[in-house]
Every structure is written in structure tokens, then in C-alpha cells.
Design a protein around this ligand. Sequence first.
Ligand code: NAI
Ligand code: PHE
Length: 355
Amino acid sequence: SIDDELRWDGELTVTRHDRETDTTFVIRIDSTRLGPASGGTRAAHYPSIGHALADAGKLAGAMTLKMAVSDLPMGGGKSVIALPAPRNRIDSATWTRILDIHAENIDKLEGNYWTGPDVNTNSSDMDQLSRITKYVFGRSVDNGGAGSSAHATALGVFEAMKATARRRGLGTLDGRTVLVQGLGAVGGDVVRLAAQAGARLLVADTDPQRLEAASLAGHTVVPAGEVLRTPCDLFAPCAMGGIIDSAAAASIPTLAVAGAANNILTDAAAGAVLRSRGVLCAPDFVANAGGAFHLVGREVLGWNEDDVVERTLGIGRTLDEVYSLSEERGITTEAAALLLARARLSPASATAAAT
Ligand code: NAI
Ligand code: PHE
């Protein structure tokens, strides 16, 4: 319920409703402990405002952990635009009005929150926001921004897949069966990289056009509803979060999980079930940090493309650290990654964060 959702440990929740478009706007700042909060703008049709608040809160929390574990000088936040209908049913005039209102809200936070692209928003939407507010990452390159973060995200997810397969005893991806759920901006690139590495690709999406393209490229299509029942060596969720709950964790026929989606596991219990079955799971806020390296690196830290690639390739090493800690302590990989992130967020590391 909304009451439960507002009993939240984050720093700030901002909401606004626009009667004309019947749209509700949410910005949640989870933490500014390490710097201004940052995280993308997600647009979706939610069953209720409570669901939109919950999604924004979980996603903002994941951003805090992503920035911390990645050693980026930013906090965590996220925006959710709760649309009156699915995104593809919103006409362009309505969408422009929605973006303008969202930009006004962001501007009122005066730089405590920086947005960027997320599901259902892209670089041209960031261009539109930037007409009203400057607190925007990921504008198009022609408009002075860093452009899409998807390629860097995919590169990092691919590193995560390799590191996870290796640690699970699968060796390289060559000849392994990899199931990619979601063939969008990130998933499409992940498929290409995994195929180049010699993996056998199983692919799922709800969009028939994307499936057709993947099928033409020689990959095997799995019905979207069968993903959690399809045997594979490694499962790469690159669509939406919340797909592995405890029940799915108890039965999913795979040896490893590494993907791009934020909040892949519904809760800590799901992670514990995966661990008990020996399914090695890459914590998403470590695996999908390539996009944050791209946006924050290019637009805040003055990195060039090579710097972004170098830091993104480091995701494999961070995961190795996570996996070793998880083995040493006998805890889930998610809990181990949380320990690494929280060490950086703790008051004791205040001096380190300030420098
Ligand atoms: P996208 O919107 O381009 O692609 C998502 C794809 O998933 C679409 O092709 C869609 O049809 C498909 N899909 C949706 N529901 C599905 C279902 N039930 N079964 C199978 N396919 C389904 O999004 P993008 O940018 O590729 O992001 C994918 C995920 O990665 C999201 O969860 C996003 O939050 C996360 N992520 C993205 C980053 C980025 O830089 N783009 C960075 C970090 C995380
Ligand atoms: N939305 C993406 C993510 O979840 C990219 C992003 C990173 C957007 C950092 C804004 C800031 O990582």
C-alpha cells in the first residue's frame, strides 16, 4: 500500500500528478551519501501509484549500491513516470508534455538528483528534458551528451557472464548454452557478444520483430513464458526485474545467472535458494554498472571512451572479489556485494569519500 511505501528509509520522495495527461510523477532519492543522487527515468503503466512508488524506491536503492560498489562519486535515486497507458499508446504531444513536467520537477531539486535514460526513455528524451533542466545525463552526442549507455552496459554484462561462468566451473562461454531474456538495447548487444564468444544462444522477447531478427541471425527462440523452465548453462535476464522469486530460484534449470536487469531477485530469500542449489548469481548492481561508468565517467569525471571501457572491463574483477567473499563467509553473492557497497557507504569511510 501507499502507507507502507512511504515508510521508506531513503532520503526523499517527490510526487506530482498531472490531471490533463492523468500521469503521476515520482522521484525518489535513496542516498546522497557519496554525491548527488543519480539514476534513470523509467516510464511505465503501473497497476497503482503504490506500485510506482515501490519500483522507484527499489530502483533508487539499487543505484546507491551500484555507485558505491563501482567507486563512483554519486548517490542513488530514480524517477518513475506512471503513465495512464502503455508507452506505445502515448501520442507524441502528450509525451512531450509529460517530459516537460518531469523536467520541471527535476529542476526543483537543484542538482540533488541527476537523471538519465532507463526503460522506455532514450537519448532524445534526455535532449527534451535538457531544454528545461541541466541535471540530465545521456543526452544525444549531437546535443553534447554521452549518448546511449546500452553498449557499455552490455560490455559489462558480458564480462560478468564470463567471470560467473568461469567461477561456476563452466570455463569459457565457448560451446555453452546461454539464455538471454529481453533483446532490447542491452540484451541485443549481449547476444552479439556472447555469440562471438562461441556460445549457443537461446533468446526470448515479447516483441515478435526482435525475435524475428534474432532468429534470422541463427539463434533459437524460446517462448517468453518458458524462460524459467528452459535448461541452459547461464541465464542472462535483460528485460525487467523481479523475475526470480524463491519458487523460481528453486526450480530454474541453470547453473549461473548474470544479466542486465535491475533487481533480478525479488528478495534475499531467492538468493539464498539459488545458493543452496549451487546456482551462481552475479549481483545485478555489480554486473550492470557499465552504463553508470559511461554516463558518470563521460559527463562528470572527464573520462574518454577508453577509460569507460577499461573501468567496465573491471566488472569481472569486482565480481571475483564478490565471489571470494561469498565463499569465505558462506553468504549469498548478493549479501557479499552488499558488504562491499556498505563498506564504502559507512561513516567510517567518510574521509575516503570526501577525497
Ligand atoms: P529495452 O527496453 O531496450 O529492452 C528491454 C527488452 O525486453 C525489450 O525488447 C522488451 O520487448 C523485452 N521484454 C519486456 N518484457 C519481457 C518479457 N516478459 N520477456 C521477454 N522480453 C521482455 O531496455 P534496455 O535498455 O535493454 O534495458 C534492459 C534492462 O537492463 C532493464 O531492466 C534496465 O533497467 C537494465 N539496465 C539498463 C541499462 C542501460 O544502460 N540501458 C543500465 C543498467 C541496467
Ligand atoms: N538506468 C541505467 C542504470 O540503471 C543507466 C543510468 C546510470 C542512468 C546512471 C542514470 C545514471 O544503471
